[in-house]
Design a protein around this ligand. Sequence first.
Ligand code: ZN
Ligand code: ZN
Length: 413
Amino acid sequence: MANGFEAKLNEYAHLLVEVGLNLQPGQTPRLAAPVECAPLARLCVEAALDRGARDVVVEWTDDVVTRQRYLKADQEVFSQFPDYQKAKFDWLLERGAPALSITGGDPEALRGVDPARIQAWQRASAQPTKPYYDAMSANRFQWTIGACPTRAWAEKVFPDKRGQAAIDALWEAVFSACRVTGDGGAPARWKAHIEATARRAKRLNDYDFQSLHYTNALGTDLTITLPEGHIWMGGADATPAGVGFVANMPTEELFTAPRWDGVDGRVYAALPLALNGNLVRDFYLDFRGGKIVDVHAQEGEEVLKHSIAMDEGSSYLGEVALVPYDSPIRNTGLLFYNTLFDENASCHLAFGSAYPNCVKGGEGMDEQAQKAAGLNQSLNHVDFMVGTRDLSIVGTTRQGERVTVFRDGNFTF
Ligand code: ZN
Ligand code: ZN
């Protein structure tokens, strides 16, 4: 393998530990990674210890072993969460151990496994691990999700390449999407990127737009009303102690919630949508009073309609996200079949649930109050890309002032 690769892999490991996790001296991070990602995981361990970690708790995951167990292990195994596992989660939580998760396993590893076994395990593990994962989603400790190409994933992204050739190609794409060039400068580039994102978020929050109007040559002509007290979020998060971290690496989006009943017009998808193993292509959605009233797709229309009909909230929007067209991810020109990348490829919308913290005080509201505040509710949350090279977005403030937010696919500020 070329020297360039080793330098980039090392730079990426440092990026995950220093900027993603922002590991503090004396902390004991937990690192979860597929066994195939051992070279990256080892570099992350080294970077963490060099930065003053007290220790690193490594958890290897293995798609092959997981599959074998689901197929052949005793049925009872899946309905009992072992005490020693519960003790481990409690131990990590007590110490506020930062969590670094490397994704990239086989998207189809569990194909053909009895779903009842998977559901039994999900049920058995939900309660014992709830305190840990609740603390994580409340940002009580730093956490980061990164990615590492594996063969199964790489061959899905590059169907005309096999084995190592596909893995190498996907690594190059992951590196460029993550601003890793091999010069050691990725952490500094990321700090600048995070600062720029925070500046834009502040600007959008200061404008406090009443609505956004989207237009492009595909035929998009959509008006989205934003709730009172909406908050644009993105870039870095922080723990209660004020330690900043980046939960998703890469991240490009600034997002908030639309008013569920305030969307009107038509929006065209800019990229295919991977939905439950199917591809939906060349589609548009028509909205009236927030509700999706018509759907048309050149391919996969039934799959799309099925998802929109999943529950009441699925036919309303729950997220509006702004991503510059000239982003490192979109510039790779790839569909990654991985939300971490695809969700950050372009401006997107999501039908289904809204994030409660996108409205002031939203987290403390009950469901009725959230709905009154404009936040959509659903078991579904499906992101689809709408950002094109020529996308224009004009915001209207509550005082009636019009501000161009996007011109030719990119932020004007
Ligand atoms: Zn998003
Ligand atoms: Zn989303």
